[in-house]
Design a protein around this ligand. Structure first.
Ligand SMILES: NC(=O)c1ccc[n+]([C@@H]2O[C@H](COP(=O)([O-])OP(=O)(O)OC[C@H]3O[C@@H](n4cnc5c(N)ncnc54)[C@H](O)[C@@H]3O)[C@@H](O)[C@H]2O)c1
Length: 332
């Protein structure tokens, strides 16, 4: 099956491309990013187009020339980039999705998978918040707290319009936070779990002043990639929207504990408190993934420790060195 992945050079896209290639699909990556380090091992086996989702003619040509049958739309500006430049964020995320919807409609694409986020939800409150973390379902109220979430919700609404108006087959996946190789490279210090691991790999200290008590659903990138592959090919779906997560909450302390087991000399200090990503609002939640389990056959396979071990092995395999991130002194 010919599959086009927008944003396929990114953290998740690279793993989706790898997973689907291994499972017999033909992959066309559509992404203008000059850095191909995350797909370095795939370059001989896939088609790469340095295309922008805002370039509708090129997108259409790419789909037609390569006889693409399904599209996985991952291209996006993530939270900080969209917040710093809301105009660009809306352009790439929301108008970019419009172009992908139009291209899918015009070319009679068989299925479009849109990668959304838990950022479409309202702030997490009541029993869903610390310390009880009752899992949130797809019905949790929507009221995005940042530009990124607003662009994702706008895109979801347009997906529903295309489903209603044209009968298109669209699956929307709402991801929790995730960790994996490449996140630090691409998303910087926001990837706190990567900072803890990669500093320890380099023998460098980590001092995070606060946030150690916050639980967050952290999914390993290979589980996310598998969820996308399942959503690409699943049949007889009863819903269009699925939460994808690990279904459990972990803290920075949990990550530090695993990293210390693997690197006994690691010097890690993490202060107490909530808001581990220091964003100033509460989107920390555990995802209820029962719908994805039932309809997509999705089952997270990686525990925190197996995920971190795979992360280390993968960096080694691709020859990507760990990155050093300076951190602050922990509060006494
Ligand atoms: N990483 C997370 O924690 C997370 C959580 C929830 C949802 N998501 C969603 O999953 C998808 C993939 O995220 P990721 O973590 O791999 O991000 P990423 O930043 O690693 O990858 C995004 C890719 O999109 C590409 N891109 C940006 N603008 C583009 C454009 N105009 N045209 C084509 N490509 C463009 C980038 O070059 C990049 O390779 C995104 O839609 C993101 O919103 C990610």
């Amino acid at each position: 099956m010919r599959i086009l992945i927008t944003g396929g050079k990114g953290v998740i896209g690279s793993f989706v491309a790898r997973y689907m290639l291994e499972h017999g699909d033909d992959i066309i990556v559509y992404d203008p990013m000059p850095d191909t380090s995350l797909i370095a091992d795939l370059l001989e086996h896939i088609t790469v187009v340095d295309g922008d989702v805002l370039d509708l003619p090129l997108l259409l040509n790419t789909i037609k020339l390569n006889k693409v049958r399904k599209i996985l739309h991952l291209a996006a500006l993530i939270v900080p980039a969209a917040q710093i430049n809301p105009y660009r964020g809306f352009q790439v995320n929301a108008l970019g999705t419009m172009n992908v919807l139009e291209a899918s409609r015009i070319t009679n694409c068989e299925r479009l998978v849109f990668t959304s986020s838990k950022a479409v939800y309202d702030e997490i409150g009541g029993a869903h918040a610390h310390p009880t973390y009752a899992p949130i379902t797809e019905e949790y109220p929507k009221n995005p707290v940042n530009v990124y979430g607003a662009t994702k919700l706008a895109s979801e609404h347009m997906c529903f319009n295309y489903i209603g108006n044209y009968g298109m087959d669209i699956v929307i996946l709402r991801f929790s936070s995730l960790y994996g190789p490449g996140r630090l490279l691409r998303h910087g210090g926001l990837a706190m779990h990567s900072v803890i691991l990669e500093n320890a790999m380099l023998g460098q200290p980590v001092r995070i002043p606060s946030g150690g008590d916050q639980r967050e659903d952290m999914t390993y990138v290979r589980d996310v990639a598998r969820a996308i592959a399942l959503a690409t090919h699943a049949e007889n779906l009863g819903h269009h929207v699925f939460n994808i997560g690990s279904g459990r909450g972990v803290t920075l302390h949990d990550t530090a504990e695993v990293v210390r087991r693997l690197y006994p000399n690691a010097e890690i200090q993490i202060g107490p408190g909530l808001d581990c990503f220091q964003v100033g609002y509460n989107l920390y939640a555990v995802m209820d993934i029962s719908r994805a389990r039932a309809e997509l056959g999705y089952q997270p396979e990686f525990e925190l420790e197996t995920g971190i071990k795979d992360y280390i092995a993968f960096l080694d395999r691709l020859g990507i060195g760990p990155l050093f991130t300076p951190t602050e002194e922990a509060a006494e």
